[in-house]
Structures are given as C-alpha cells and as structure tokens.
Design a protein around this ligand. Structure first.
Ligand SMILES: NC(=O)C1=CN([C@@H]2O[C@H](COP(=O)(O)OP(=O)(O)OC[C@H]3O[C@@H](n4cnc5c(N)ncnc54)[C@H](OP(=O)(O)O)[C@@H]3O)[C@@H](O)[C@H]2O)C=CC1
Ligand SMILES: CC(C)(CO)C(=O)C(=O)O
Length: 315
C-alpha cells in the first residue's frame, strides 16, 4: 500500500514510522526542508511508554518537503493521502498542495480533532473521497525526528456521509489491514457521525481545561472542583446534541473519564500548543459546540467562555 502523509508532527511521525516499519510504502511530507533533511539523515525514532524504542532508518521511507508536493506525480498516484496537520492549516494545504493534484478520485484521510474541516475540504476538493479518521492513539513529537507514543488507542475510519454501496472497497479493507499490521489498531465504520461527535465532546471537556490549568489528562480527576467543571461542559454539550438530534451513543461521560485514566500521563494536544505558544484548535472544538448551541437555541455559556479564555492566551 502506497501511503503519503502530509505533516511530520506527532501523528505523522508515529504513523509514518510504524507503517513503513511493517512494510507499507510511505512518503512523509514535512512543512520545512530543514526537518526533511534531518529525517533523511536520522530516520524516525519512536519511543513508547511500555515498549522498546523503535528506530526506522531513512532507507525505510521517502521524505520530501511541502514545496515539491503539488508537482509530484508520486503524490498523485498515492493509494491514500493522510492529512496529519492541525485544523488551522487546512485551507492553505488544500488550496496550495491538494487541489493542484487535480479533481480526480483521490482518497484523503483526515485525522483532525474537532469538526468543520470535512465540510471545508469538500468545498475545496469536491470530487475527492474524504474520510474521517478518529484516533485515540496518543503521540507527542519530542524532536524533528522522534516521537513519544504516549498512549495506545484505536483508529476508526469512514466517510462522513457513507455511500449507498454497502460493500466496503477492497482498498479500504487493505488500508485497515496495513494499519493493524503496523500495530495501530484500526476499524472501518459507517457510523462516523456518532464517532466524530463523541470525540468532539471528549476533546471539548478535556483539552481546554488541561490547557488552562497546565495539567495532564489524568490530573483532571484529582479534585472535585475540576470534575465539576468537566461535567458542566459535558452537560451543556449534551443539551446542544440533544436539541440538534446529534448522535453520541451511550455512556459518553464514563468514556471521557476512562480516556482521562487511559491517557493519564498525556499532555493534551491543546496544552502542547499553549506551551509552544501556537494557535490552538479551540475554535473547532469548543467553538463548534458554541455554534451548535446558537444554531439549536441552547445556551452553552461555559463553552463560549472557555473558547475566549483559550483564544486570549495567544497574542
Ligand atoms: N497527537 C495526538 O495524539 C493526536 C492528534 N490528533 C489530531 O491530529 C492532528 C495533527 O495533530 P498532531 O500531529 O498532534 O500535531 P503536531 O502539532 O504535532 O503536528 C502538526 C503538523 O502540522 C503542521 N502545522 C502546524 N501548524 C500548521 C499550520 N498553521 N499550517 C500548516 N501546517 C501546520 C506542523 O508543521 P511544523 O512541524 O512545521 O510546525 C506539523 O507537521 C490535529 O488535528 C490533532 O488534533 C488527534 C488525536 C490524537
Ligand atoms: C484524547 C486526547 C484528549 C488525548 O490527549 C486528545 O485527543 C488530545 O489530546 O487532543
């Protein structure tokens, strides 16, 4: 399977390293030429909490910088393109890198947290096959060439709007097999809407509070005051979901608490952005719930306040 990965951040390095190590043909596209050079000479190192250090040398995969992507015939022939950048880079990457590949049937797998990106991508790439990937793998880049696999999870992949065709494409089945071979447990789903909105509320409850209090996911559970505020965000989110008939499955509160436990040592992606003084994804996480509240006539003041607090952290 020929997989091209855009973004050599935490998820990009983890998936590139594991997929290439298990026999997939991987090309990793980095934003900077400087990072591409380092990867060409050092390869990728994956460190695990409980597993051996994995070192993939640079002969095991191809690496290039974004500047050469749009003109690349190899990228145009990829079986799958994994989009592993933050929400804030979507428009630019779609317009400057993806659209020039043409409007044929390219398969793009979008790993972003939050919502809204699939709709924005569909406008820019109307004929592409767009898949959502919701992952609970935990990854943290520790240098340009290394990543900490901080928590094992699962990756669920599917189209936001499933085709009428109930048969799964062979290529989709191959993709999931390839991920499983790489030790990245993966599934196909036709219920992506529910999975996306479950993950949205998890991120809306966990990420901003860890970022404001500068604590790990597990430390959220250490005081009743922290858990009360999590519950307040949760209840407002559920009220908006109910008003909009948004599916979210069962036992979502329990699932959120479980994620805090299973990723207890993790620094959430929003806290990482705050610590590195980068723009966060709050606009597409709590901001999405705030928009939903307005749309369905439900009051969501805590999400609105939290969004402002996080946005105000970056000048
Ligand atoms: N890490 C995780 O455990 C998980 C992440 N996710 C989601 O996956 C997506 C990728 O996350 P992750 O890999 O952690 O992110 P990282 O911040 O580690 O890496 C992001 C990548 O996107 C690039 N990038 C950052 N800002 C921009 C921008 N404004 N425009 C274009 N490119 C940009 C970075 O380039 P450069 O390095 O040059 O800055 C880097 O290649 C996010 O939406 C995140 O929410 C979902 C579940 C788990
Ligand atoms: C599941 C969780 C909260 C793990 O840290 C995450 O998705 C994130 O940090 O963005």
């Amino acid at each position: 399977m020929n997989i091209h990965i855009i973004g050599a951040g935490s998820l990009g390095l983890l998936y590139a390293g594991k997929l290439a190590d298990s026999g997939s043909c991987v090309t990793l596209w980095c934003r900077s030429e400087e990072q591409a050079d380092k990867l060409r000479s050092c390869g990728i190192t994956i460190e695990g909490m409980d597993e051996q250090r994995m070192q993939l040398n640079s002969e095991g995969f191809s690496v290039s910088s974004w500047a050469s992507f749009a003109g690349s015939s190899a990228a145009a022939e990829a079986d799958y393109i994994f989009l592993m950048i933050k929400q804030q880079g979507i428009e630019r990457v779609a317009a400057e890198m993806l659209a020039p590949l043409g409007q044929d049937h390219h398969r793009l797998i979008c790993f972003q947290n939050g919502t809204g990106h699939l709709e924005r991508l569909h406008e820019l790439l109307p004929n592409w096959s767009l898949y959502a990937a919701i992952t609970t793998e935990g990854a943290r880049r520790t240098s340009d060439v290394s990543v900490l696999h901080a928590g094992h999870g699962t990756t669920t992949i599917g189209k936001m709007i499933p085709d009428d065709n109930s048969l799964q494409e062979d290529a989709e089945i191959e993709l999931v097999k390839g991920l499983n071979r790489a030790g990245l447990e993966a599934f196909l789903s036709k219920e992506m809407k529910e999975i996306i909105y479950r993950k949205l509320l998890m991120n809306a409850v966990i990420n901003p509070l860890t970022a404001l209090w500068r604590i790990t996911n597990g430390e959220l559970l250490l005081s009743p005051e922290r858990v009360d505020l999590m519950k307040q965000l949760y209840d407002e989110g559920i009220a908006a979901y109910e008003a909009g008939s948004i599916p979210y499955g069962s036992n979502l509160w329990e699932a959120i608490i479980q994620v805090c436990r299973s990723t207890s040592g993790n620094t959430s992606s929003m806290l990482k952005d705050v610590l590195e003084n980068r723009t966060t994804e709050v606009a597409w996480i709590n901001g999405s719930i705030a928009l939903m509240g307005h749309k369905f006539g439900v009051s969501v003041p805590t999400h609105e306040l939290i969004e402002q607090l996080i946005r105000g952290m970056k000048i």
